[in-house]
Structure formats: C-alpha cells, structure tokens
Write a protein that binds this ligand. Sequence first.
Ligand SMILES: Cc1cc2nc3c(=O)[nH]c(=O)nc-3n(C[C@H](O)[C@H](O)[C@H](O)COP(=O)(O)O)c2cc1C
Length: 421
Amino acid sequence: MFEPVLLRNVDAPDGHLLANYEAGGGYRALAKALGEHTPDEIIDIVKSSNLRGRGGAGFPTGMKWSFVPKRAGKPKYLCCNADEGEPGTFKDRILMERDPHQLIEGMAISAYAIGAETAYVYIRGEYVLAIHRLEQAIGEAHAKGYLGRRILGSDFSFIVHIHCGAGAYICGEETAMLDSLEGKRAQPRLKPPFPAVEGLYASPTVINNVETLVCVPHIVVRGFEWFRGIGPVKSPGPKLYCLSGQVRKPGLYELPMGIQLRELVEEYAGGPLPGRKIKAVIPGGVSAPVIPERGLDVGMDFDSLSAVGSMLGSAGVIVIDDSTCMVKVATRIIEFFHHESCGKCTPCREGLNWAVKVLRRIEAGQGAPGDLEQLKTLCKGIFGNTFCALGDGAAMGLRAALEHFEHEFVAHIEERRCPFH
Ligand SMILES: Cc1cc2nc3c(=O)[nH]c(=O)nc-3n(C[C@H](O)[C@H](O)[C@H](O)COP(=O)(O)O)c2cc1C
C-alpha cells in the first residue's frame, strides 16, 4: 500500500486551511530551507532528487533552475503553470482546491532557490474554487509571515499573485503563458532565448507545473534519497495519475512513478465497465499517442513510455473500451487541437484544419481510398515544423491512431459508414 504524500491532506475536512496544514508539519520545509540551506544548496538537493517536471515534458527541475543567471541585474520571476488545459487532466485542480498551502510552500522554496521575489500562478479561469482557495491561502500565509517581507526572520522576501486565464489551451505552453501574463495575445515565442534567461518582462523566469512545485517541500524535509528511491531512479517520485474514461473507478490516484499501466487501469481503476473489454489507453492526456490494449505492460514513467512511442505527458490516463469508434476518438481530438491552435504557424493552423476535414469525411462514411495517405502526409508536415509542441502532440496522436487502428479507418472507407453504429 503506497502512503500518499502529495495527496495526504486532500480528504481532510478543511485540509485547505493553514491551521490544518501546519498541524501536519506544513511550512517546516520552508523553515528548514531558509534556516539551513543556501539557494544553491536547494538547487543541488532538487538536482540530486532527479525530480522531473510534471507539466508534460519531464525536464529535470533542478537543471532548469540552474540555468537562471546568478547576477542578472533584473528581477527574477517564478511562474506556476496552473492552466491544466490538457484534456483528461485534473490533478492540479485537486491540489489547489484541497491543499493550497502545499503549493505556496513549494513556490516559496523554489523562489528562494532561484532568487525570485515575485511569483505568478497562471490558473485557468474555470477553476473558480481553486482560485478562491488559493486567494484565501495567500492571505493566511501573509498574516502568518510565510509570505511577504523577510520571511521567518530571513533576508528572503516573496509575494504571490494570481492571474486567471480565459480558457485557451495554448496559454499552458510556457512562452505563450508569458505573453498572456504580459497582457498580449497568447502565442508561443521562438526559443532561444529560453525563459530562464529571458522570460517574463524579458527577465529570468522559471516556469513549473503545480505538481512539480508541490514535490519540493517533501524533497527538502525527507531528503533527495527518499524521493529518488521511489520508482525508476531516472524518473522517480510519487506521481499523480488522473484516471478517466470507460473504467469502473475513475479518479485521482497517487502511486509511485513507473507503476505498470495495466495495474493502474485493471486494478486501481477497477478495469473495464461490465461486459466490455479495454481497447486502448491514452496514457498522458490527448497529446500522448494512444497505446493499444496489448501494449499496457509498460511502466508509467517518462523513459518507459517514450521507449514504446508514447509519453507520460500530464498523466491524464484515458481508458477506451471496445464500444468506442477510434475514428471518432481521433476526429474529436484533432478537432480540439484545431480549435485550440493559436494560428501563429502555418503547419499547425492549416494542417490541422485540413486533417479535421479529412477525418470528418471518413467518420461520416464519405472517405476516399487516398485519405489515409493524406492524413499521414499531413502528420509529417506538422510534426517538428511548428513553434511549439501543440502541433507535435496532435500529429503524434493522429499517427498512433492510424498505426494501431488502421483497420477501423479502412472499414469506414470501404463500408461507407461507421461500423460502430
Ligand atoms: C500546447 C501546450 C499546452 C501546455 N499546457 C500545459 C498546462 O496546462 N500545464 C502545464 O503545467 N504545462 C503545460 N504545458 C507544458 C509547459 O509548456 C511547460 O513545459 C511546463 O509548464 C513546465 O513545467 P515543468 O517543468 O514543471 O513540467 C503545455 C505545453 C504545450 C505545448
């Protein structure tokens, strides 16, 4: 039985209040960081823990922090990515609604490490309760001296602002998020320069996901060896898995990184609905390539999933059973990406528009024999040719659906109808 760490407070009544967070040892990590460690030591501890970003790409967190120039001559910023736009993902919402102080403590330690005195939480506007709870928690933390000037008697001062997004998926892409924070239309920036050197207001900026930041206090208190000892050493730690779709027990599960996907779906999520069989699983939000049932014996960590041509992404695990048409799934997903494409670059804007037209045609039983080749060519034209990874995610997902479920696409074209209806 894995003892939850990140979710340990979420079921407690009023677990979001400061008194309860403190009663469970809350803000001890901040006191330890400020009292016993220099900022560089905190970066080294996080590096040694092998913590990798939980926002999708799995970039090593300590390494990202170490890219921030020591003497920039400008203010530095920390941005918490709480946009959580990836379909199938709801872990950050639970963390912020039920345990907002855990995030504030994680942000304070991370800001101390990189030398930032100001942070922004970029949170999607639909998360009304999370926004309210975070505002309340920031107020409580200020009143108790965990935020504000000279925190806990140290030289470190730190404030957190909340910025609400307006429901655009692209705002979760880190550089588009920075443009949005600056009041511009959210579109990705060309990199380099990377945000660690030139980010918000052209100043050094670290962007981290909510779940990444809440790991930090636990690493400081329990030590990097503890964290590195959970799951695969190169991709370790406690991990939140969002299980949804056609399973008996959907929900948010905290388990070690690297747990087998089959165990997650068949045991923790209770397996398929009565009388049904699992056909496929999308393991990391809709940007992650679908895995057919025969491929479920794979570890849920960054390296194992990438070795089988998929990705951990945001760990939004979407289970699809044998009653579902994969052409319909692919069409809905590409319609989403097309709708959310910011339009800045041509392959994404035009390629996805074109792919939606072809997919809708196939789904409606009006596909032509050359349509599958057309879709494959479109994927090739999009992948690797866009400013940001939105187009890559769409192309990888469509390519995987075509590879593993080509027979369903062919059946739609040959039978001139959807065989599932
Ligand atoms: C289109 C797009 C949407 C994204 N949406 C999110 C998001 O909602 N939340 C998030 O944390 N990261 C998102 N990311 C990843 C971020 O760009 C970035 O890699 C991440 O916030 C870095 O934090 P981490 O290192 O802690 O993972 C998105 C990326 C892309 C390309």
